[in-house]
Design a protein around this ligand. Structure first.
Ligand SMILES: [Zn+2]
Length: 315
């Protein structure tokens, strides 16, 4: 089940510098030039997934060779206070000890495409906010964002940083005690493993600072629907585009795959750049099995200008 989970767990933390742009070999260049021919002169909607952020050191749990995970579902989180406490205790520890990742050449390339007026918009399944860090403006964060927390009662929104400060204040010494007890194993995504049940039971959760409601990280859990307005905004980007470029997603979850179906049904060419099979391959005019950063970098630099540039959708 974990490999089907949209975005959750990828909280945007890493401990390595972004990888440099991969140099394309001659045969790879052939593939990328074919993609450029399909996309040339067309306004693009771009859909990105975890494969784009692996060069920033954020693990892709659905990629080949990824470690099996057992993430909490929406129903588990909502249905049990004990589950929520365990979740927040782990997340608090992880947040306290890992630094934020940096955008890589792939993120920079997508931002360049937008500045050049080539995009109708960008839809990302990643919650790490690296597209925004790289300068992308017109972005739908389809599965939410790691740096925000929402109140389930009244929809109040807070920065994760503020909630971290509150958690620190109401759990003095918790992080130090966990580290001292040696029960914490840091995962690269801030989802720390805590094996001490007593320590977890002692953890005090924060409530909404405005209404006292239950707090939840602002990303879409497995078993949870993407908010309707967000989906509609993403469809509008595809409708305003002449082609769809998918980069670094295996399209395992329907929340992303539906945009590929939608584009294909409208007769718009779909180009997929991803290592490994995707569920959207049958809809693609062209599929390229290469690293995404190098391909996006090439396209951002080599696609021709569009005649009569229109304003991007949703800005
Ligand atoms: Zn509230």
């Amino acid at each position: 089940m974990s490999h089907n989970r949209p975005g959750v767990g990828m909280t945007g933390f890493a401990s390595m510098a972004p990888a440099p742009v991969a140099q394309l070999a001659a045969d790879e260049l052939d593939d990328v030039e074919r993609a450029a021919r399909v996309l040339s002169g067309k306004r693009l909607a771009v859909l990105t997934g975890a494969g784009l952020s692996t060069d920033s050191g954020i693990p892709d749990y659905r990629g080949p060779g990824s470690a099996p995970r057992n993430p909490m579902t929406y129903q588990e989180f909502i249905g049990s206070e004990a589950n929520r406490r365990r979740y927040w205790a782990r997340n608090h520890l992880g947040w306290s000890h890992l630094r934020h990742a940096d955008p890589n050449a792939g993120h920079a390339a997508v931002a360049l495409m937008e500045r050049r007026g080539l995009l109708s918009g960008l839809i990302t399944q990643n919650v790490d906010r690296l597209h925004e860090d790289a300068g992308s403006v017109n972005v739908v964060d389809l599965h939410g964002r790691f740096d925000q927390v929402i109140c389930l009662e009244n929809g109040h929104v807070f920065s994760r940083r503020l909630i971290a400060a509150i958690l620190e204040e109401i759990n003095p010494g918790f992080v130090a005690a966990a580290l001292e007890a040696g029960v914490v194993e840091m995962a690269p995504d801030a989802d720390a493993t805590v094996e001490d049940p007593e320590l977890i039971t002692s953890f005090v959760m924060a409530v909404c600072p405005i209404c006292g409601g239950t707090l939840k990280p602002d990303f879409v859990y497995f078993g949870e629907n993407v908010p309707k307005g967000r989906v509609e905004r993403a469809y509008a980007m595809v409708d305003a585009a002449d082609a769809l470029l998918v980069a670094g997603s295996s399209l395992t979850v329907q929340s992303g795959l539906r945009f590929v179906r939608h584009a294909a049904k409208a007769g718009k060419p779909v180009v997929i750049v991803n290592r490994g099979t995707t569920r959207g391959d049958e809809f693609a005019e062209l599929k390229i099995e290469l690293g995404v950063s190098g391909v996006l970098d090439y396209l951002a630099r080599n696609l021709p200008e569009l005649p009569g540039a229109k304003e991007p959708i949703g800005v």
